[in-house]
Design a protein around this ligand. Structure first.
Ligand code: FAD
Length: 339
């Protein structure tokens, strides 16, 4: 319930204005976001590389409303690629199709992504192309994203792959599509609010499907990424590859910047490839809300502080006690601001 409310608020402009205006949420964002600028992101990537961890950089932004915004995102992603090459970092890039204007015009979006893939190819310079992954957004975009990867591959852009979400009922078919294509898949549980018609309402089903799809990708996929902080699933993966004799070099674990650094390091020390997803940029609001939805304890702390800063401190205590009230308080704040 709280998770659903937070995911709903992640799309609310009023809640966005309220949350981004408070120092405590900026502080909270800093836990999950490497900084506002590319230089800060590169410094974070360097530090992770020094600890033996690979990186995927994500310039935050989604659902752009103008071509200018999409073009600015394209320019920035190309700057990231050039900086990765210049600095010799062990890193690739993740992008969101709606950041390139998928909602505005699919052809325009595709042209932007092609420009990025082309530049990533040139910069590979015989040492292997830089890989650019299309992140997966809500189920409204799943078919378009999977089909986009297929069509880019058909046109020779094979330095791209995507993300599949085990919470979606359609994912086993998408896993087979990506295996047939030979494209890399990052398997995740899914971070968006979805209707029961397309997604499992029960988390146990999402977890069960994650394990099934993970095994299939480990058996037949191209360098799959197992992207989770769920230790039970990670242990299952470790046992599975050991029993099946699957080489550690043939897949990677992925985790988010700011989440379970201890586990990232431990897996690396055990000889697994580990990549950390490092977001940066000023458009951190929806990203932060999705991270809070994954772990309500973070949210309770933040909502209590926002309530205090907004002058309705009386709400602070109930917020700290009742998780379900937190999102309600934010909605109340959003309503207060509208008046
Ligand atoms: C590298 C990477 C890329 C991703 N890309 C996408 C994408 O493109 N599209 C998409 O829909 N989703 C994406 N996600 C998010 C994913 O869908 C999940 O929402 C997220 O990973 C949390 O689920 P979990 O697998 O860690 O398992 P959960 O069962 O949610 O969590 C397991 C444990 O991990 C810890 N944990 C999980 N999340 C947090 C957090 N935010 N803060 C603190 N602790 C936490 C907790 O200890 C929790 O008990 C990505 C995740 C990763 C790791």
């Amino acid at each position: 319930m709280l998770k659903q409310s937070l995911l709903y608020l992640s799309q609310s402009p009023t809640a966005k204005r309220m949350v981004t205006g408070t120092p405590v949420s900026r502080q909270m964002a800093r836990r999950f976001v490497a900084g506002d600028t590319l230089d800060e992101a590169l410094a974070a990537a360097r530090a992770l590389n020094d600890a033996g961890l690979s990186v995927s950089l994500d310039y935050l932004g989604e659902a752009v409303e103008s071509r200018e915004e999409a073009e600015a995102a394209t320019d920035m992603v190309i700057r990231i690629l050039e900086a990765l090459k210049r600095d010799g970092l062990d890193a690739n890039v993740s992008v969101k199709p709606t950041q390139f204007g998928l909602d505005l015009d699919p052809d325009f979006c595709r042209r932007g992504i092609e420009m990025v893939l082309q530049r990533a190819r040139e910069l590979g310079d015989g040492e292997g192309e830089i890989f650019v992954r299309l992140d997966m957004e809500s189920s409204d975009y799943t078919e378009r994203t999977v089909a986009l990867v297929e069509s880019l591959w058909a046109d020779g852009f094979q330095n791209t792959g995507t993300v599949l979400q085990s919470m979606l009922r359609r994912t086993p078919d998408d896993v087979e599509r990506m295996i047939r294509l030979g494209a890399r898949v990052r398997l995740v549980k899914g971070a968006y609010l979805e209707p029961e018609t397309v997604a499992y309402p029960d988390k146990a089903d999402t977890d069960r499907m994650f394990v099934e799809e993970m095994e299939r990708l480990l058996d037949a996929g191209k360098y799959p990424a197992i992207a989770t902080h769920d230790e039970a699933i990670i242990d299952h993966a470790r046992r599975y590859v050991w029993e099946k004799g699957i080489a550690k070099e043939s897949f990677e674990f992925q985790m988010l910047y700011g989440v379970r650094r201890d586990l990232q390091t431990r897996l690396r020390e055990e000889g697994y490839n580990v990549r950390v997803y490092v977001p940066f940029g000023e458009s951190w609001y929806p990203y932060l809300m999705r991270r809070l939805a994954e772990r309500p304890a973070n949210m309770m702390f933040m909502a209590g502080s926002i309530a205090k800063e907004s002058g309705i401190g009386g709400l602070g205590r109930p917020l700290a006690i009742g998780g379900g009230m937190v999102a309600g308080a934010l909605a109340a704040l959003a309503w207060r601001r509208r008046r």
